[in-house]
Design a protein around this ligand. Structure first.
Ligand code: FMN
Length: 200
């Protein structure tokens, strides 16, 4: 499985967590990691044909970013507006992303307990990421369970270091596709009915 990571940070040099992730990803096997701010330049202009060709070479597409106002930094939106075009990602003939996977890896400043009903951020990260989930749905992609690193505004160096392998394990997990995981669990059940309780 070839993985394309699109890192959307306005200034990776000043980043802690997304830079650590990006640096690790540039070394990872079967992963293409791209800094969208460097690619798009100050005007956030992308070569639509080149970006689309790159998407077609990968099965898993990863949007990686720090949470900014409950969404991504604007460079990712600019990339989406220019690259996920009519006739490519949606509309007549726009089935080129169908069957690929979309994964979000995101860092938040707020702690995990703030992203709950009753927490000071009120909503879960899953809820706040709905526009990305629906983008995957409209384009026929499989939306994967996001990877979220919480509390990164105050993270220690140890926490940053620890998140790198956790992110890599998640990002490369073939069972993130819920159909694949469910199929394995159902097969285990069929092979051994005594495992029924473990599967439900
Ligand atoms: C403009 C801006 C908006 C932010 N909005 C949020 C937010 O909505 N929720 C949140 O938890 N953290 C927010 N943060 C904190 C960042 O998500 C956090 O500092 C970042 O994930 C750290 O990543 P980095 O080290 O790669 O820069 C915001 C930070 C900035 C600069």
């Amino acid at each position: 499985m070839k993985i394309l990571v699109l890192t959307a940070h306005p200034d990776l040099k000043r980043s802690r967590i997304n830079r650590a992730w990006f640096n690790a990803l540039t070394e990872a096997e079967a992963v293409t990691a791209r800094d969208l701010t460097a690619v798009g330049g100050p005007d956030m202009q992308f070569d639509t044909d080149a970006e689309q060709a790159m998407l077609l070479e990968h099965e898993r597409i990863v949007f990686q970013f720090p949470f900014y106002w409950y969404s991504s930094p604007p460079v990712l939106k600019a990339w989406m507006d220019q690259v996920l075009s009519y006739g490519f990602a949606y509309g007549p003939g726009g089935d080129k992303l169908k069957g690929r996977e979309l994964l979000i890896t995101v860092s938040t400043g707020g702690p995990a307990d703030s992203y709950h009903a009753g927490g000071y951020n009120n909503f879960t990260v899953d809820e706040l990421l709905r526009p990305f989930q629906q983008t995957a749905h409209l384009t026929g992609m499989t939306y994967l369970r996001p990877f979220v690193a919480h509390g990164m505004a105050l993270a220690t160096e140890e926490q940053i270091d620890a998140s790198v392998p956790e992110m890599l394990v998640h990002l490369t997990d073939p069972e993130l596709d819920p159909k694949i995981k469910q199929a394995r669990l159902l097969k285990a059940l069929a092979d051994d009915p005594s495992k029924a309780a473990a599967v439900s």
